[in-house]
Design a protein around this ligand. Structure first.
Ligand SMILES: *Cc1c(COP(=O)(O)O)cnc(C)c1O
Length: 388
């Protein structure tokens, strides 16, 4: 069997995909550099948990590694194992820590557990007794009430006489609960607790700030910062203009455009009631693609009263969703566009340069984090390389 040189002429599936996602790796690395600049003297890690916030841990991890990131945080050990091939020399920290049976996965991939509880700490002591020295991170709970040793337990452990000789954390860390609200008293309270802990672990690096914490200022930076959402272009602090570059563009194909009469209803439940003769564009995207049902257009009882419904962007204009978002399809009102401005086969933008991630999230009553991490597997993906 022979292959012809015509391989070049094969159609690019991206050009005809029912729905597609463009991921700008240059924007991600620029955003990482911006976070590094904002982190001042602290080193800047990259948080790539949940498949790099839904955008692909392999490509995103490789681009950040190439840009110079050498500290990565994942949630699960399997994510760390995937990342390892793309970040050979990096330190990879696993936020959910380690359980019995996972030792090999950690050792083989050179993953560093972030000890999340007393139980994990006790297990880790047993592991060290069996295997000898291995790095770990100590997570301390300064008020989030999620993961980590209590401040009291951490301070006790820091005391030389009670610290097992084999226990040598490379980092102590904690996580802020209210960093998205710079005026929250909680930020200062957690900072004060964490300072005590960091001081007790003299000579061990300390880390407190995620994206929002970085923007709280130098006091919060310590030795290592941990931005996630800011790398992906999302807002991290309420009310602050978002200076991150847009990273993801989600687009769906218009399958058909058709007219409907005033008084007719649209989609399941007949909740989208047309108040004028309308032109409707049906796009190949639905709640199975993270385009949440909460984005449904006006009149939908399941939405919170305050939500206005979502939008798309097509032919240079924002167009509203009409009626309920369904599993695979969503209907947009394109009546206000010139006739023939929208045709079957065109693409409508759902998230991107014209529909900000966080605006789309707000319309669905959620946050950019959730929108990104629920995009799902049906998009044809295209990565824009930093060198393109
Ligand atoms: C997810 C996470 C981060 C990153 O948070 P962003 O708000 O996305 O910047 C940092 N640290 C911990 C412990 C996390 O769980």
């Amino acid at each position: 069997m022979t292959f012809s040189a015509d391989d070049h002429d094969l159609p690019d599936p991206f050009d005809s995909a029912p729905l597609r996602l463009t991921i700008d790796l240059a924007a991600i690395t620029d955003n990482w550099r911006e976070m590094a600049r904002r982190s001042g003297r602290a080193r800047t890690a990259a948080v790539v948990k949940a498949d790099a916030y839904g955008l692909g841990i392999e490509d995103v991890g490789a681009a950040l590694y190439f840009a110079g990131a050498r500290d990565f945080f994942v949630a699960l050990p399997a994510e760390g194992a995937t990342l390892r091939a793309f970040a050979p020399e990096a330190r990879i920290f696993v936020l959910s820590g380690i359980w019995p049976g996972m030792e090999e996965l950690f050792f083989e991939n050179d993953l560093v557990p972030v000890l999340a509880s007393q139980e994990q700490f006790a297990f880790w002591m047993a592991v060290l007794a069996d295997y000898g020295d291995y790095p770990c991170v100590l997570q301390v709970d300064t008020g989030f009430n999620r993961l980590g040793l209590s401040v009291e337990d951490a301070l006790m452990l820091a005391d030389d006489t009670s610290r097992p000789a084999s226990f040598s954390p490379v980092l102590v860390m904690s996580h802020l609960a209210c960093a998205d609200t710079p005026t929250a008293v909680m930020n200062r309270t957690q900072l004060d607790s964490f300072r005590t802990v960091a001081a007790a672990f003299e000579g061990v690096e300390a880390s407190l700030a995620a994206s929002a914490g970085i923007l709280l200022g130098e006091d919060y930076h310590f030795d290592l910062t941990r931005p996630g959402i800011a790398l992906y272009g999302g807002e991290s602090v309420n009310g602050l203009p978002n200076r991150m570059r847009n990273v993801a563009m989600a687009e769906a194909r218009i399958l058909t455009v058709h007219g409907a009469r005033s008084g007719e209803t649209v989609s399941y439940g007949g909740t989208g009631i047309l108040s004028r003769d309308s032109r409707l564009a049906v796009a190949s995207i639905g709640y199975a693609d993270g385009f949440q049902r909460n984005l449904s257009g006006s009149g939908v009882a399941l939405r919170n009263a305050g939500l206005a419904g979502g939008y798309g962007w097509i032919a240079g204009r924002k167009v509203p969703i009409v009626g309920r978002v369904t599993m695979d399809l969503t209907i947009f009102d394109v009546t206000d566009l010139p006739e023939n401005a929208v045709r079957a086969g065109d693409y409508i933008e759902l998230i991107g340069p014209n529909i900000a991630l966080d605006d789309a999230a707000r319309a669905a009553g959620t946050i950019g984090y959730e929108l990104l991490t629920s995009l799902g597997l049906r998009y044809e993906r295209r990565y824009v390389q930093p060198t393109d």
